[in-house]
Write a new protein. Structure first.
Lengths: 257, 306
């Protein structure tokens, strides 16, 4: 058990260093969400700078205060999942997973290390976003950041388990990125992020109710606007269920080579 | 289990759907030898090796490595063996020293990392990313990782495939060094020259079955006893004289060059005797010995390169 923990921490540290050396990896999962946050925010307040916030329409301020942070948080989560799918596919195709299996490392340790690296970068990106928000949008947001971080990490943890299922079905590393994006990003418009799901056509609403992202959006938005956790037990339960089911499926269909 | 037997494979079988990769494969590897599983690509070498390493479970049959069952006692066995896999890669941007340090941390006892890298000639590459290494350097790193826990048995799968001849020779020296330090080496190769130069004993695998097993020289002796001597001489009646050599079975002459086929080691002695008896002026003398490639051709009717 102690050896497992030591191996896990060593592997997390190693994979973190390797991820940072990959230029596109850091750009995609850290820089893009933060830049998007800044650019979209600028457009929303008319490009007139921070002073314009006071004169901006109340709707725009609401967008800045809740929708934009939640939107970016979701992007952080999805890019973490996409990055995991890609890395696992590359590691499988290159025989790296197989090579690691021919050592005393327990297979779950290898996968858990990747999950922890993704969560670490999720937290880092969120931190940068909060700093950027403080600097550029003095709109007086008073969100419970600690709770929001927990909610984001929980949502990411849950969605990463779906990443393992996707990583199991992608045939080659070349398809991992596009196929992952094709499966993940269409969830955004249906997740209630831009339009409340009860205003969607009934068929789409049904689809939305089955998307795990819908519950992540609901949880993140609620926690960001100051709701207590007790108001979101349903969301947490669904995300937990998604984790359990996806992990169960992945452990059956996951391919190491 | 005989304490001198490091690996015992008894009638294993492994199929992937309708494809039988290993069929009734049995052999024993002794302590301190280099044992080669040889045969063409797709013969079932890697499947057999991966069953022995505990990476795959055979459908039938029994395997013991150091007295352990590779599947049931997988974790105990992993500590005592070292493995190099065919076509494995590491993370593109992992540094050489990081890979060695991580692998060392996985085992309760490990050899000194710096000395290992010096031994394998990788010390000045210790800060290089894996993706920047040459093919030979990558293979040497994989050998280093296979040796990190000071294993009793080392498994090497198609170790020199894709390397240039010079890098290949350097790797052969390393493998001999591993054996000379008292370890047992189990390797697969489709290169017959490699098997002949490196292995103490080989088993020839074809279509998932072992077709023969022995020291390379003994296999050649058994299946390809023919010898050939090539002589170039201006001596006028050379062809007739060589025809008269008792152990010669056929003589082909092209100008001054005569190719004499025969059986057994007597042929060479007999030809030398004929040359000296007639005081022939010889400008070229060459013996051609059959190789494991000829053994494979004799046993299967196919060239191993096909």
């Amino acid at each position: 058990m102690q050896a497992m923990l030591r191996n896990l921490l060593h592997l997390v540290w190693l994979e973190t260093k390797i991820f940072v050396r990959e230029p596109l990896g850091v750009v995609g999962s850290v820089a893009v969400p933060v830049l998007l946050f800044l650019v979209v925010g600028r457009i929303a307040i008319g490009g007139a700078g921070a002073r314009a916030v006071q004169e901006a329409a109340p709707g725009d301020v609401a967008f800045l205060r809740t929708d934009l942070p939640v939107f970016v948080a979701i992007l952080i989560t999805l890019s973490a999942v996409l990055s995991l799918v890609t890395i696992i596919a590359i590691y499988r195709e290159g025989g790296i997973l197989k090579r690691l299996r021919a050592t005393p490392v327990r297979p779950p340790t290898i996968l858990l290390a990747h999950v922890l690296v993704k969560l670490l970068f999720t937290a880092v990106t969120l931190g940068l976003m909060v700093l950027a928000g403080r600097r550029f949008y003095p709109v007086g947001v008073d969100a419970p950041l600690a709770a929001f971080t927990v909610a984001l990490v929980l949502s990411t943890w849950s969605l990463l388990s779906i990443g393992f299922v996707i990583a199991s079905v992608v045939p080659t590393a070349r398809f991992a990125q596009p196929l992952g994006a094709l499966l993940l990003y269409p969830m955004i418009p249906l997740s209630g992020l831009f339009t409340p799901i009860d205003t969607l056509p009934p068929a789409l609403e049904t689809v939305a109710r089955f998307l795990p992202l819908t519950y992540a959006v609901s949880l993140l938005r609620g926690i960001w606007s100051g709701n207590p956790w007790s108001a979101h037990l349903g969301d947490v339960a669904v995300l937990g269920l998604v984790f359990v089911v996806a992990t169960g499926v992945a452990s059956r269909v996951f391919r190491w080579e | 289990m005989n304490p001198d037997h490091v690996i015992e494979v008894d009638a294993i079988r492994k199929a992937y759907g309708p494809t039988v990769a290993a069929d009734d494969v049995s052999f024993t590897v002794r302590r301190g030898e280099i044992f080669g599983l040889i045969g063409p690509n797709g013969a079932g070498k890697t499947t057999t090796m991966e069953c022995i390493e505990g990476l795959r479970a055979p459908d039938a049959g029994r395997i013991q490595v150091l007295g352990l069952d590779p599947v049931r006692d997988r974790w105990a066995l992993q500590l005592r063996i070292g493995v190099q896999l065919q076509e494995a890669q590491l993370q593109k941007r992992i540094k050489v020293w990081e890979a060695v340090a991580f692998w060392r941390s996985l085992y309760p006892t490990a050899v000194a990392g710096g000395r290992l890298l010096r031994q394998l000639g990788l010390h000045d590459k210790r800060d290089a990313w894996f993706m920047t290494l040459s093919g030979g350097q990558k293979q040497r790193l994989f050998i280093a990782l296979a040796l990190v826990n000071d294993p009793e048995v080392v498994f090497l799968d198609e170790l020199t495939t894709g390397l240039d001849p010079q890098a290949r020779r350097a790797i052969w020296d390393l493998v001999r060094g591993i054996r000379d330090r008292g370890k047992t080496v189990f390797l697969t190769t489709h290169l017959m020259e490699e098997a002949e130069r490196l292995c103490d004993r080989v088993a020839i695998l074809d279509h998932g079955r072992i077709i023969d097993m022995d020291r390379p020289a003994a296999l050649v002796e058994r299946h390809c006893p023919q010898r050939t001597v090539v002589v170039a001489t201006e001596f006028p009646d050379a062809a007739d004289r060589f025809e008269a050599v008792p152990s010669a079975t056929a003589v082909r002459s092209e100008g001054d060059r005569h190719t004499i086929d025969g059986r057994g080691d007597d042929l060479i002695t007999d030809v030398i005797h004929t040359i000296s008896e007639h005081r022939m002026p010889v400008s070229e003398f060459r013996t051609v010995l059959p190789t494991l490639e000829d053994v494979f051709l004799t046993l299967t009717g196919r060239s191993i390169r096909a």
